[in-house]
Ligand binder design. Structure first.
Ligand code: NAG
Ligand code: NAG
Ligand code: NAG
Ligand code: NAG
Ligand code: NAG
Ligand code: NAG
Ligand code: NAG
Ligand code: NAG
Ligand code: NAG
Ligand code: NAG
Length: 686
């Protein structure tokens, strides 16, 4: 069972910032800062509660100190305290009479301590606080019994944090006395069972069970709950108690990162607005509901409790019409599941749906007409599916007047309904990357009589500002393709051999982000793109930096994987002060012409991505890290003729060496003698 021990350590390593101002306003205790009736004594290496603070103190913060015990006398001086915070100390216990004179305390933060050691005494102390509303016991290594003991008789508690402890199993007794509880954080424990644990907490509205080991949530009947977070467990089933007629107050349900096989069986009457189901194995099974094909398929499941048997929960498995009330849903996040189709009428049941996130599923067709998507739809993400068809008539498209973000990337689309994009009047961002879709020449779009077309037409969509057409196998962009658009983002990367011609010049006033990576583009004139901030021209075999870049106010420039051997000093000096991020790896830079690198390196405002991976080649074509290139011997001569110079110099050097040797040999005796004299014939001291 995973035990989450890392967080407390991390939390306590975090230094507290800026609180250590010596007490100018209150000289009695130099480690506290006093602001009206609040004393901030965080991070002060204190072992005791400071004594010299005013007795009218209402809030005392002692986080990040070394206090081990709160003694019976520790708080006697501060009877007016309402808020006490002792997070990240090494607190082992609170003595039973700690709060004898501090009955006004409402909020107590004991997070990240060692209360597992003295939990029994501590529990006696907590019981004496009649007004306690908020209690943080997170990260204290508490087990089930310890927590139950600590929480006895805390009848006034409204907010409780037990995250990051060692809880495994909760039952009716765990929170029995917490009748006022509104919010409970149980994240990051190891719970596998929570049977009936919340039956005594009729006011509980927010419950966080994320990062535990729950296997299912069945018989869900907490009608008062507004937010339930059960993400990051091992949940296979979520089933609400079916015969309950109450209106559930649930607005947000997070079941992401679990093991759901079925869409959750939601309450029949609820206010659910946000449903997060990403990263499960959900699909729909309507096709199995047909009795003729699968006559003997079982239709119900039964659940048994690990300890005792509480009753059969049955769910009609294959009937997708029984999945409860989804009529208030605004956000439905189904990313990373296995949905192949939507059951009949499913989308229609969500008349106010605003965001539908279906990225990474198995949808093959999208029939906007028969599904009847609502006019409220704002974001539709069907990227990374298997779409090969989109069906929509013009009337349907016009009703999608709120659709702003559309992501169809990474599918197998080769055709689109005619006039698809021009009918979506609010469309701001469209991603069609990695499909095989061409751009229509102006004439063709209007004359075609088919209902769908292998090319997309963009002209005159005034709302559109972001268009992503990466990897669409585009060959030539018609010169009028972007006429009437005011794009700020245009991605054309990964279309090798793309011919851009004049087409994007019409966007020169508006374009801020231009992706031309891996297009094999060569001499492009960027000088008119005065608003361009981001430019990607990686993977284009460029041997020189296009000089037209220098006049732009670029912030991000991707030059990776080209054939640049150097960047002229003038260019580097012009770019360096403007750029925030530059990508340069994968170029065959010349180790002897790295002035530009020093310029970039010494400009503190630039982030050179992968700086230590930028390489250069020296005279004999071996590669080095450019960071270390100062240590190479470089003959400062232009380029390729270096080898000739070496050949020329070689004989001269050789003859020089030869002459030297001869001279040396000639005078050898005397030199040797001298050196012997110097070394050995020193006068000795005796
Ligand atoms: C806790 O509450 C129970 C029932 O209300 C009461 O009998 C018991 O005395 C209380 N214990 C303490 C220590 O206050
Ligand atoms: C509970 O405590 C944990 C760790 O101390 C913290 O991350 C979390 O935000 C707290 N929960 C609430 C609801 O404040
Ligand atoms: C649920 O909890 C996880 C972990 O704390 C968090 O990342 C996620 O945002 C929460 N979900 C919602 C809807 O707040
Ligand atoms: C719920 O309502 C149905 C019909 O309206 C009724 O038969 C059933 O007994 C009710 N259930 C409960 C638990 O009240
Ligand atoms: C399938 O069979 C069940 C009973 O076995 C019946 O109640 C149900 O109506 C049948 N469904 C269809 C679609 O025939
Ligand atoms: C269904 O069950 C009946 C009786 O148990 C059996 O005779 C029949 O062969 C089964 N049909 C299939 C398709 O398994
Ligand atoms: C639960 O289901 C089992 C198996 O079908 C059955 O034997 C038992 O009587 C059922 N119990 C209840 C309370 O419905
Ligand atoms: C369009 O979507 C936005 C964002 O979700 C929402 O605020 C607005 O109410 C929607 N408009 C309509 C007409 O549904
Ligand atoms: C579209 O979806 C893909 C894959 O999920 C993602 O990588 C891409 O960033 C999305 N496009 C936009 C514009 O958000
Ligand atoms: C630039 O485009 C290339 C080719 O598509 C891509 O691999 C690279 O990640 C892009 N650069 C940035 C910074 O996104």
């Amino acid at each position: 069972m995973p035990v989450h021990r890392l967080t407390p350590i991390l939390l306590c390593l975090l230094p507290m910032l800026g609180i250590l101002t010596p007490g100018s306003s209150h000289p009695q205790h130099s480690r506290c800062q006093l602001i009206q009736r609040t004393a901030l004594c965080n991070n002060g290496k204190l072992s005791f509660v400071p004594a010299g603070l005013p007795d009218s103190l209402e809030e005392l913060q002692l986080n990040y100190n070394h206090i081990q015990t709160l003694q019976n006398s520790s708080l006697l001086r501060y009877p007016a305290l309402t808020t006490l915070s002792l997070a990240c100390n090494s607190l082992e216990k609170l003595e039973p009479n700690t709060f004898q004179d501090s009955k006004l305390i409402e909020s107590l933060n004991l997070a990240n301590n060692n209360l597992h050691i003295g939990y029994q005494e501590t529990s006696l102390a907590l019981r004496t606080l009649p007004r306690l509303r908020a209690l943080d016991l997170s990260e204290n290594e508490l087990t089930d019994e310890m927590a139950a003991t600590l929480l006895q008789n805390l009848t006034s508690l409204e907010y409780l944090n037990l995250s990051g402890n060692f809880l495994m199993r909760l039952d009716e007794m765990s929170f029995r006395d917490l009748h006022q509880l509104k919010e409970l954080d149980l994240q990051r424990n190891s719970m596998y069972e929570i049977d009936g644990a919340f039956d005594s907490n009729p006011k509980l509205q927010r419950l966080n069970l994320a990062f535990n080991s729950l296997l299912c949530l069945i018989d869900f009947h907490m009608a008062q709950l507004v937010v339930l977070n059960a993400s990051h467990n091992y949940i296979e089933w979520f089933i609400s108690r079916p015969d309950l007629n109450d209106t559930f107050q649930l607005e947000t349900l997070d079941l992401s990162h679990n093991k759901l096989l079925f869409f959750p069986f939601l309450p029949n009457d609820n206010h659910l607005r946000n449903l997060y189901l990403s990263h499960n194995s959900i699909r729909f099974y309507e096709h199995l509901a047909d009795n003729n094909t699968y006559p003997n398929l079982t239709t119900t499941v039964e659940f048994y409790n690990m300890k005792k048997y509480t009753g059969n929960v049955t769910a009609q498995l294959w009937d997708d019409s029984l999945h409860g009330d989804i009529s208030s849903l605004e956000i439905l996040d189904l990313r990373g599941n296995q949905v192949e189709y939507f059951p009949q009428g499913f989308i229609q049941k969500m008349p106010v749906l605003s965001r539908l996130q279906m990225c990474t599923n198995c949808l093959e067709t999208l029939d906007l007409t028969s599904e009847q998507f609502p006019g409220s739809l704002y974001e539709l993400d069907i990227s990374n599916n298997r779409l090969n068809q989109i069906v929509a008539d013009r009337g349907t498209l016009i009703t999608l007047g709120n659709l702003t973000y559309l992501n169809l990337s990474l599918n197998a689309l080769e055709e689109l309904p005619l006039g698809f994009f021009s009918s979506l009047s609010s469309l701001r961002s469209a991603d069609l990357s990695y499909n095989i879709i061409d751009i229509c020449p102006a004439e063709e779009a209007e004359t075609s009589t088919d209902t769908s077309s292998g090319c997309a037409d963009w002209t005159n969509i005034v709302s559109l500002t972001q268009l992503y057409l990466k990897g669409c196998n585009l060959q030539r962009i018609p010169s009028s393709a972007f006429a009437g658009l005011s794009l700020t983002h245009l991605e054309l990367s990964d279309n090798p051999g793309l011919i851009v011609d004049e087409s994007i010049q019409s966007l020169s006033r508006t374009l801020q982000h231009l992706g031309l990576g891996n297009t094999h583009i060569q001499d492009f004139d960027f000088s008119h793109f005065q608003n361009l901030k981001y430019l990607n021209i990686s993977q284009n075999s460029l041997a020189h930096l296009p000089p037209s870049l220098l006049k732009l106010e670029l912030k991000v420039l991707d030059l990776r994987d080209n054939r640049l051997s150097t960047i002229p000093s003038g260019h580097a000096n012009a770019l360096a002060p403007k750029l925030h991020t530059v990508f340069l790896t994968g170029n065959p830079f010349n180790c002897c012409q790295t002035e530009w690198f020093r310029t970039f390196e010494s400009t503190k405002t630039i982030n050179i991505v992968g700086q230590s991976d930028i390489e250069c080649e020296d005279l004999i074509q071996t590669t080095h890290r450019i960071e270390h290139s100062q240590s190479f011997l470089c003959l400062e001569m232009g380029g390729e003729s270096v080898l000739w110079y070496i050949l020329l110099f070689l004989p001269i050097c050789l003859s020089f060496v030869g002459i030297s040797v001869i001279v040396l040999l000639t005078f050898k005796p005397s030199i040797i003698q001298k050196s012997i004299k110097k070394k050995c014939l020193k006068p000795t001291s005796y």
